[in-house]
Design a protein around this ligand. Structure first.
Ligand SMILES: [Zn+2]
Length: 274
């Protein structure tokens, strides 16, 4: 955090919390060091509406936020977009599932985290992405030839637009196993429930593959991260923004990704229910 100057004294930091081990560890660390860092914290949780999963994680996040004296803001898909992720997946299933649940969820969650961070007046949005997450994200972007994404997945964003809260990732260099060990040593517990949609995700395949390669090559994740860092400087995004015609948030097209996706889901959902 010091080396990359992730925070400066006086920052109001929104901490993205899912209720899993990584984000609870991040919240724990930041609440422990908030005075030294001189920052003010507010935890932000997105309730996607995934039954059999989200309610347990949400309860856990509420419990720890209370214990560590951090205010918790909850934003939900249902409230903002009018449907839960379960309802969105139902609609997509009826259409033959051409779009994967994680793509829908990822776009909407990212959008909602940013909006909520804006609403609480945050200067930074801290997320718990660890070394494994970053190495997986890089490989997924590489597989999908999404090269411009390399430039926006670093340890800290620069402020690209006044309506986009810069993201920082304090656990960027920490392997998942170490985060997990740290959580266990500090009695941070999270229920063993997995998102039911993980079976559809490309990330899961990449994750298993990377862990498999790591058995032979213990440094592979660090080298993947190094490649990512090198390429981040090569492929730059245009970085020009319009404002979304529906919600007014920064967007590359007339509609932002979140409005595009949620409009489509609402359209199908209505169609299939009537
Ligand atoms: Zn929009």
């Amino acid at each position: 955090m010091e080396r990359f100057k992730l925070f400066k004294p006086g920052d109001r930091v929104a901490v993205a919390v899912s209720g899993g081990k990584d984000s609870l560890t991040l919240l724990y660390l930041l609440s422990k060091y908030r005075d030294q860092l001189g920052v003010e914290l507010v935890a932000v949780l997105v309730d996607e509406g995934i039954s059999g999963y989200r309610e347990y994680k949400r309860f856990t996040a509420e419990k720890y936020a209370r214990a560590w004296g951090v205010e918790l803001r909850i934003a939900s898909f249902k409230e903002r977009f009018g449907f839960t992720l379960d309802e969105a997946v139902f609609a997509l299933m009826m259409e033959g599932l051409s779009v994967k649940p994680c793509s829908v969820c990822g776009v909407l969650r990212r959008y909602l985290l940013n909006r909520t961070a804006l609403e609480v007046g945050a200067d930074k949005l801290a997320t718990a992405h660890n070394l494994d997450d970053e190495a997986q994200a890089f490989l997924m972007n590489a597989i999908q030839a999404n090269l411009t994404a390399f430039s926006r997945e670093g340890i800290a964003d620069t402020k690209a637009h006044e309506l986009l809260v810069p993201r920082v990732k304090p656990l960027y260099f920490a392997p998942e196993k170490e985060v997990m060990a740290y959580a266990l040593l500090n009695s941070i517990e999270s229920p063993y429930v997995e998102c039911p949609y993980i079976v559809y995700s490309m990330r899961n395949v990449v994750r298993r593959w990377l862990n498999y390669v790591e058995l032979e090559d213990p440094l592979v994740k660090y080298r993947v991260l190094a490649s990512k860092e090198l390429l981040a400087g090569v492929y730059k995004e245009a970085g020009e923004f319009k404002l979304c015609k529906l919600c007014g948030m920064p967007s590359s097209g007339d509609l932002c990704k979140a409005c595009e996706v949620s409009e489509e889901v609402r359209r199908i959902y209505k169609l299939k229910r009537s």
